[in-house]
Design a protein. Structure first.
Length: 238
């Protein structure tokens, strides 16, 4: 099993925090977000980090380890799907994809690994978390639509309808079967949209392929803004 961490972006909404380091190397109580993900490495045979902005800082960190660091030289003009598919020549088995700006309970990964499907966890406690991070107006702007049926995702991504918040939210974590990964690569090459975001791309993929999910209320937190850092630090003090 392979772990792919998508870490090519700057995280401009964190302002001065990412002036000299990529978003994943922002420190929270003395530990970088990326270091918080390192506890997951033990579950995988191979770990790949796709970097871009200030990539040398990440590359130097893992220069003497088994971690493979790939550089997305086009990180300013591309998005996460482009970064993900840069790994294709290293994909020899199923993989778990993870955003580099999240903290979460590692038991979620342990469950993902055991399921033999292309599948993602959806958080059912997300709204309680987001209300601590932002106003209701911003929640409607930042949250993404998710529609499910039984155990399958039938729509993901895109803006939500007013006064109709989804019960579940994508967490930036996804397991992809090896065959499905290469199906995704073909779809991406055909469409040639280098700026497509991951959820929009998954929505295209699931039209002709299966995308499964499971619900979780396990701890999950993402960092998009300076306020997210402040709120999280205050939560740790309690």
């Amino acid at each position: 099993m392979i772990l792919v961490i998508l870490a090519s972006g700057r995280g401009s909404r964190l302002k001065k925090e990412t002036a000299n380091v990529p978003k994943c190397l922002v420190k929270i109580n003395g530990i970088t977000i990326l270091e918080g993900l390192e506890k997951l490495y033990k579950y995988f045979n191979k770990v790949i980090i796709v970097s871009g902005y200030k990539y040398k800082l990440i590359k130097n960190r893992y220069s003497n380890s088994r971690i493979k660091v790939i550089i997305n030289k086009k990180f300013r003009s591309t998005n996460m799907v482009y970064s993900l598919l840069l790994t294709k020549k290293y994909i020899s088995s199923d993989l778990v994809v993870c955003y580099s700006d999240i903290f979460f309970d590692q038991s979620i990964i342990k469950k993902l690994i055991k399921i033999n499907k292309t599948i993602l966890p959806l958080n059912k406690n997300w709204l309680n978390i987001w209300k601590k991070r932002m106003s209701n107006k911003k929640i409607y702007k930042d949250a993404e639509n998710v529609i499910t049926k039984k155990f399958s995702v039938i729509h993901i991504g895109g803006k939500i309808s007013k006064n109709n918040l989804p019960k579940l939210q994508f967490m930036g974590i996804l397991k992809i079967k090896k065959n499905d990964f290469f199906k995704m690569n073909k779809i991406f090459k055909k469409r040639k949209n280098y700026k497509i975001d991951l959820t929009s791309f998954l929505n295209i993929f699931l039209k002709k392929n299966n995308l499964f999910f499971f619900k979780t209320s396990k701890f999950w937190y993402e960092f998009d803004t300076y306020n997210d850092l402040r709120v999280f630090k205050n939560q740790l003090k309690k």
